[in-house]
Design a protein around this ligand. Structure first.
Ligand SMILES: Cc1ncc(COP(=O)(O)O)c(C=O)c1O
Length: 391
């Protein structure tokens, strides 16, 4: 029985796996057991910011596993303190809670908001249409997509959804009862779609009027991916809560809720917790990631390479009619096609490059942040070969 057959026998059939058996990774590349090399422009779903086998991650993990791999949150742990200090100093926020994943950061935020809402007479929590918050019941309650919600009803009470970028819908729904509005300033799963300035400005003035909380879901867009620490920093707004995960554990599982002064005193001893959250090895790898990524020159490179890639795709657009639009926010890149994108993504994989298909017709590209011009050139070559066949 080969691995594919074993997988199918052993696992719930929740994942459609890629037809690759990876042996190891190095930099932006994956090497398979059959001796092939793949350029990974998806970085484990925006997790592997420093690619594979980065020396800073190896060093941080190696040093920490020799000390302790787990203690429980009964203990103060130095790697947690170091990661917390960095995230709070960089963001200017006040308090942090470490979880294991993105969806847990969302779930914890919902709990934080519910308590804050009880203290402030507010109860309705809004998500956005086409948003993605994760797979727990709280996260699903924030979402509107049937694809993820179907069959899991009933969802949590006092949740509703706002049409993303629809100012009229936003204005007609939020009021004095509103406890919070969750949003990805750049929707990832939704197809790499940015919020409009107009929507942000309306959200900001409605918050002033009604006093609700704004939660920026930076799980996919955070930690340098868009060329800034957080995606919301491209807009004229500061949220009240930030959720992060994916790259902040340097490839190991960790997530975080980052709260402003407004919510700093809501939680008291014992009201929220986790066994594994803030794992010291993951936090040590996270510190190495942040220290590498959060320098001016590193982030300038991200922006410059992304702009280079965008300009090349725009040139290609003139010759290849199936390209409808390219949307670039640093290394969060969506190429919208006039045709469905999954067969295109399969054809790109056949040529040795990994990207992803989302929202039906969008090629989603989430390269490791260490990807350079050479990697984008390779992707451009493959992209033009594959898309040329469709024209
Ligand atoms: C914007 C956003 N929020 C939340 C999540 C959920 O994170 P996780 O898969 O770590 O639970 C994701 C995952 O893709 C995401 O992209």
């Amino acid at each position: 029985m080969n691995l594919k057959e074993k997988e199918s026998r052993l696992f719930f059939h929740t994942y459609k796996r890629l037809p690759l058996e990876v042996e190891r990774g190095e930099g932006c590349y994956l090497y398979t057991k059959d001796g092939k090399k793949y350029l990974d422009m998806f970085s484990g779903l925006a997790v592997n910011a420093l690619g594979y086998a980065h020396p800073a991650i190896i060093k941080a993990v190696d040093e920490q596993v020799r000390k302790y791999t787990h203690l429980s949150n009964f203990f103060i742990q130095e790697p947690q303190i170091q990661l917390a200090e960095r995230l709070l100093t960089l963001s200017g926020f006040d308090k942090i809670f470490f979880s294991n994943s993105g969806t847990e950061a969302i779930e914890g935020s919902i709990k934080l908001i519910r308590k804050w809402g009880k203290q402030n007479g507010k109860k309705i929590i809004f998500g956005m249409s086409n948003g993605f918050s994760g797979r727990t019941m709280g996260a699903l309650s924030l979402m509107d997509k049937e694809k993820y919600r179907e069959g899991y009803e009933p969802f949590l009470p006092n949740f509703d959804s706002i049409d993303f970028n629809n100012v009229d819908d936003l204005t007609s729904k939020v009021d004095g009862q509103t406890a919070a509005v969750f949003l990805e300033f750049i929707q990832g799963e939704g197809g790499i779609v940015g919020v409009t300035e107009e929507f942000v400005s309306a959200l900001k003035s409605l918050r002033e009027k009604f006093g609700f909380l704004i939660v920026a879901d930076e799980i996919q867009s955070g930690i340098g991916r868009t060329g800034k620490l957080f995606g919301f920093q491209h807009f004229d707004i500061v949220p009240d809560i930030i959720t992060v995960a994916k790259p902040i554990g340097g490839g190991l599982p960790v997530g975080a809720i980052i709260g402003s002064k407004k919510v700093a005193d809501v939680w008291t001893y014992g009201v929220h917790g986790t066994t594994f959250g803030g794992n010291p090895v993951a936090c040590a790898a996270g510190v190495a990631t942040l220290d590498t990524v959060m320098t001016d020159s590193f982030l300038k490179n991200v922006v410059a390479n992304a702009e280079y890639f965008k300009a090349k795709v725009v040139e290609m657009e003139a010759k290849i009619p199936v390209i409808k639009e390219i949307r670039v926010y640093g290394y969060m890149i969506g190429i919208e096609l006039t045709i469905e994108s999954s067969s295109i993504v399969d054809a790109i994989l056949q040529k040795g490059v990994l990207v992803n298909s989302t929202a039906g017709n969008v090629i989603r590209i989430l390269p490791p942040l260490i990807a350079g011009k050479q990697e984008f050139d390779r992707l451009l070559t493959v992209l033009s070969e594959v898309l040329a066949v469709t024209s």
